[in-house]
Design a protein around this ligand. Structure first.
Ligand SMILES: Nc1ncnc2c1ncn2[C@@H]1O[C@H](COP(=O)(O)OP(=O)(O)O)[C@@H](O)[C@H]1O
Ligand SMILES: [Mg+2]
Length: 260
């Protein structure tokens, strides 16, 4: 159940992963509603980013299953998951530093015939037309994330917050149904925080479901009607941000991670 009576778009069951005999993600199940923003919170080392890597296919699962819109993606390659509509951003964004901001967004398009030498030779006009339509879409997305003024700059000039915004534009370029956002507020200047929150709301209003890892509780409270608390690889609690942050067991796992 996802508490919103929406049919789930993303269904994960019993997701499990060990590294060297140490279980980092231990039987996580979740249903993400088709129009939901679901938060994933928990102390450092809880296994949140690993869970995203498993959902996105960057790492193979040891056990469990992953379905997107009813389709079994449990063993699918990352590119196949992106094509099926599962997008993700990284906790630490790594744009191609020497490419321009616009080029960085364009490389995330999923319909690039130009990448194949054969189609570039036999259908150069179609390839050129597609490049143009991808450029238009990429510019629209840069406008959406307020980075248009930087489109011709190398991505290396972007601030931490601007890199997070570039990641949002890149993930949207692939026309996802679901996006996994790993700490979109980390390293972000407070002045950009409102913009990022507002853009995530806007993305969700477009009908894209969002799974959001975030430490910034203001962001969680403003975006997520429901959160899952992860600790030591397991789901410790689930509820509204207000409910879970009052729970003694949740407070304990956060305190355990604090320096004495
Ligand atoms: N590729 C890996 N190999 C070995 N251990 C890993 C790997 N990735 C993550 N871990 C370990 O898994 C645990 C969970 O990490 P992570 O998923 O990054 O947590 P979180 O995102 O919640 O802070 C940590 O103890 C981390 O050191
Ligand atoms: Mg992490």
């Amino acid at each position: 159940m996802n508490g919103t009576s929406q049919p789930p778009i993303l269904e994960a069951r019993g997701i499990t992963k060990s590294f060297g005999g140490f279980c980092v993600v231990n039987g996580i199940s979740l249903d993400l509603g088709a129009a939901e923003i679901l938060g994933v919170i928990g102390p450092n080392g809880a296994g949140k980013s690993t869970l995203f890597n498993l959902l996105a296919g960057a790492l193979p699962i040891d056990a469990g299953s992953i379905h997107l819109a009813g389709k079994d993606l449990s063993q699918a390659r990352p590119e196949a998951r992106i094509k099926s509509g599962l997008g993700r951003t990284f906790q630490i964004p790594r744009p191609f530093p020497r490419m321009t901001v616009l080029e960085n967004v364009m490389t995330a398009a999923q319909n690039q015939h130009g990448e194949s030498l054969l189609s570039a030779l036999i259908a150069p006009r179609q390839v050129a037309a597609q490049e143009r339509s991808n450029a238009i879409r990429a510019r629209d997305l840069l406008d959406f994330v307020s980075l248009s003024h930087l489109e011709d700059q190398p991505a290396s000039v972007l601030s931490g917050g601007q890199r997070k915004l570039l990641e949002l534009a890149r993930v949207l370029m692939a026309e996802p149904k679901v996006i996994l956002l790993d700490e979109p507020a980390a390293g972000v200047n407070p002045a950009l925080l409102d913009l990022i929150i507002d853009r995530i709301h806007a993305i969700n209003k477009l009908g894209i479901a969002v799974l959001l890892i975030e430490h910034n509780m203001e962001m969680i409270a403003r975006l997520c009607p429901r959160v899952i608390v992860m600790a030591a690889g397991k789901a410790l609690a689930e509820g509204t941000p207000e409910e879970v942050t009052k729970r003694a067991d949740v407070i304990d796992v956060y305190l355990e991670g604090m320096p004495a």
